[in-house]
Structures are given as C-alpha cells and as structure tokens.
Design a protein around this ligand. Structure first.
Ligand code: HEM
Length: 459
C-alpha cells in the first residue's frame, strides 16, 4: 500500500463518513465558484432517424435516445453494420460500444482483459462520490468482498424471505384503489422495492422510502449517466445515507455484543464475516457495499415491475394467454427481464491491447457492453422486439450480466417478480395502462418515472 493510501485509510477511520462527504461537498462548491461544476449539461432535442446518420455520428450515450424510446433502431443498425463501434467524442469521452450477444459474453467473461475498475458506468460520479464497490473491483478483491455478503441472498435465506415478501406484496396490492387511475410506479414498483430493501438491511421500516430517495439521487448524476440530478442534492443524500447506515452498524454491533441472537440481514452478516467484520473502519468501502446492494436492488427490480406490465399491455394477446395459464409466470419473468433489461450496460476498461470482432482495442480504452442490445440481438432471439411470455430461450438473457460480476441478487429479483405476478393474477382481471409512461433521463437505467393504470378486480 502506498503511503498516501495509508494516510487516507487512517483518516477515513477517524473522520465520520458523513463528515468526509460534507467536506468533499464544500470543496466541490468552492471549486464551482471559480471554475464550473465539471458536470455536462444535457438539453433535450428530437432524436434523428438513424438511417440518415453516418456511423461515426452515432452516439448511443445520449440519455434522450432512451427517454424518447428511439434506442431500438440505433442498436439494430450498430449490430448489423458496426457491432464493435467506436465513438470518438461524447460527453463522457471516447468509448467502444459492443452490441452483439456473443461479443458481450466474451467481454464480460474475460475480466483479465476487460477490467471493471475503477467504474462500471460510462462517465464518472461527482468528485468524492465514487464510492468503492465490489461491482467495480477485479478478482481477487472482488471475490473476497462478494463472498462476505452473498449469504444475504443465499437460497435458504430466500426461502425464509418468500412468505414475508408475499405478505408485503399482498398488503400493497390490497390497498390499491380500483376503477380509477393510479400511478403504478409509485404505488406498486417503488413501494414494493423499498419494503424489500428495508427487509434485506433490517432498516427502520417506516423510513424505507429514504433508501429509494438516496439511491436515486446518488446514482443519477449528469456526469455519471447523463441524468438530471442536482449535484448538491446528491452530496446531501450521500452524507445522510452514510450517517444513517453507520448508526445502524453501531446499533447492531451493540445488540450482538449484548448477546442478542444475530439476524440474517446484510449488516449482521458483514459483522460476522472475517473479511468484513471491521469494515466500519474502512468507512467508504462499508458505504460502498451497502449502497451497491441498495442501488443494485432498487432501480432494477422497480423498473422490471413496471416494464412487465407495460409489455403485457403492448402485447395484449400475451396478457390473455397469461390469464388462461398463470403457471407460465416463472417463464414470463425471464422474458420480462430480457425485454426490459433494466440496466442498459456495464462498462469495462481494456487492460491490454486486444482485438474484438475485428476491431483493434487499445489498452486503457473504455468498452461498453450494451446488455439492452444483446437482449434484442436477432442472432440469438427470434423476433427480439416481441414480448412472448413463454419464449424458448428467454432465460439466456443478459439482463443480469454473465461472468464474475453476474448479478448477486438475480434469484431475489426473480422471486419478487414471480410473487408479484402470482398475486396480481389472483386479484385482478385487467390492469390497463391508460397513459404513455414517462421515462427517466439516463443512459444507464432503463427506467420509468410514472405510469398511470386502471385496475379491474376479478368479477
Ligand atoms: C450486479 C442487474 C437486482 C445486487 C449486477 C449486474 C447487473 C445487474 C447487470 C452486473 C453484471 C456484470 O457486470 O456482469 C440486475 C437486475 C436486477 C438486479 C436487472 C433486477 C431485475 C439486484 C438485487 C440485488 C442486486 C435485488 C440485491 C440483492 C447486485 C450486486 C451486484 C450486481 C451486489 C454486483 C455483483 C458483483 O460484482 O459480483 N446486477 N440486478 N441486484 N447486482 Fe444486480
């Protein structure tokens, strides 16, 4: 370890996390008075038809490509004409786009050539908010940290959680008004996701919406993913989250020390594991691991809950088939994940010169694996833009990635979606989307801001 790193680690151990973040925030604001805030600013304009563009002018990092729903034709063209595509300048710097299924599998599985460090997003978060997380670490560090926390989503734990999740889904659905417009995103997707996260963390249940607020703010800055979050609000959210999680850690440690039976939540698991029992002394890493689970399980699950319902409304004959045969729910869950692909990509950096599908990639180049495109690759999925609830190979989707970093929460996410649809089908004859949903501004999260629906109870 370098001397500078030792000093920083020691400083981290004595200065509370939220103070460190507040310090960085002040520094940022002071800098902003002298120079600008270093954040790109995006202004929306209509996305042109891709057929009229030169290949070199295609920039799939544009957050509005996603918001305006124009992404499918852009990626189809890249898959056909330039499957490993170089964009020389973008608001996030130069980067390669990998758009075909097979090429993405190759990149994702080869962590020695394609490193996940230091970030898995295209841009960079505001200074100081680039918290250390194992999703952005290579083996062996990645493996140690993942091993320490993955017990929280181990099959036995999930089995124990199933009943609880089902009862929470039932509570949420039974409170929904019927026969009048209701915002599905707020009342169902966000509500269920925040309840699940509070359970995983054993976080105060009444404050569960904070988990969603914080992660939305921390994850959606302009410099990171083309979002529209206010930078000051991001810093405030990070400081508040740090304070709250560190209090939760100390509270649990005190209860364990007093001889209380350990629970099976994330923080307790960290306290019981050799590799992470002193993680609180490495505060930014501690915060990173918690934030990773909260971010990982937040936008993703939430937007699959919305995307699935939207897909069934776009393909009503599939909704009819589902009503006739609810046993298809588990298969449909894979298709929802393929069709929605809640995270559009993961980014890597080449650690050496290499050749990918005929393109020469230099050491240090950014390489973006567009899962959203892989999941619509005609070479792997027949009529890929269609939503088919029992698609033969839907479970081969790449929405969870593949390789070392394959999603740790995949089974939990699948279980939640399965339970949601099982419970919906027993209660409602129809759930009609009555307005075009609004979409979030991001090139990373394929998300929805609101979606108005009307529910018809079973007759
Ligand atoms: C990693 C997607 C739900 C926790 C990932 C990755 C993707 C992803 C694409 C990176 C894969 C790669 O780089 O190869 C999703 C989707 C979800 C979901 C689409 C829901 C529909 C969850 C949930 C949790 C979670 C509920 C919380 C328990 C994680 C963690 C990682 C991860 C901790 C890092 C794994 C590693 O680096 O080894 N997820 N995720 N995810 N996800 Fe999820």
């Amino acid at each position: 370890m370098r001397v500078r790193d030792t000093i920083i680690t020691k400083a981290q151990a004595v200065v509370p996390m939220e103070r460190q973040i507040q310090g960085l925030h002040l520094w940022q604001r002071a800098k902003r008075l002298v120079v600008d805030d270093g954040q790109p600013h995006f202004t929306e304009s209509p996305i042109p038809d891709v057929a009229g563009l030169d290949l070199t002018d295609i920039d799939v990092s544009d957050p509005f490509l996603w918001r305006q729903g124009a992404w499918e034709s852009y990626f189809r063209r890249l898959r056909d004409e330039s499957p490993v595509h170089y964009r020389a300048d973008s608001p996030f710097g130069p980067f390669w786009s990998v758009t075909r299924y097979d090429d993405i599998v190759r990149v994702d599985k080869d962590f020695e050539t394609f490193s996940a460090e230091p970030q898995i997003i295209l841009g960079a978060p505001p200074e100081g908010l680039d918290i250390e997380m194992f999703i952005a670490m290579d083996p062996p560090r990645h493996d140690q940290q993942r091993a320490a926390v993955q017990g929280v989503v181990a099959p036995q734990n999930l089995e124990e959680m199933e009943g609880l999740i089902r009862s929470r889904v039932a509570e949420v659905l039974d409170e929904l008004p019927v026969g009048e417009p209701v915002d599905w995103v707020d009342r169902v997707s966000i509500e269920l996701t925040s309840r699940m996260l509070a359970t995983l963390l054993d976080f105060p249940y009444d404050e569960r919406r904070k988990l969603v607020e914080w992660t939305d703010l921390v994850a959606a800055s302009a410099s990171a993913t083309g979002g529209s979050t206010d930078t000051d609000a991001s810093y405030r959210a990070a400081a508040e989250a740090a304070r709250s999680f560190s209090a939760l850690w100390h509270d649990k440690a005190a209860r364990l020390a007093a001889g209380e039976t350990p629970g099976y939540d994330l923080i307790t698991l960290m306290q019981l594991s050799e590799d992470t029992k002193d993680l609180i002394d490495r505060p930014m890493e501690f915060l990173g691991n918690i934030v990773l689970l909260v971010v990982g399980g937040n936008d993703t699950t939430r937007n699959s809950m919305t995307g699935g319902l939207l897909a069934l409304n776009r393909f009503p004959e599939q909704f009819d088939r589902l009503r006739e045969n609810p046993a298809l729910v588990p298969k449909m869950v894979h298709e929802i994940l393929r069709w929605q692909t809640p995270l559009a990509y993961m980014r890597r950096v080449a650690t050496r010169d290499t050749v990918l599908n005929g393109q020469f990639i230099r050491k240090g180049d950014k390489v973006v694996m567009w899962y959203a495109s892989a999941n619509r690759d005609e070479r792997t999925f027949e009529n890929p833009d269609d939503f088919v609830i029992d698609r033969r190979n839907a479970r081969h989707h790449l929405a969870f990635g593949i390789g070392t970093h394959r999603c740790m929460g995949s089974r939990l996410a699948e279980m939640q979606l399965r339970i949601l649809w099982e419970e919906l089908l027993t209660r409602f004859d129809d759930i009609e989307v009555v307005e075009e949903p609004t979409r979030v501004q991001s090139n990373f999260v394929r998300g929805y801001g609101s979606m108005s629906v009307v529910l018809t109870p079973k007759g």
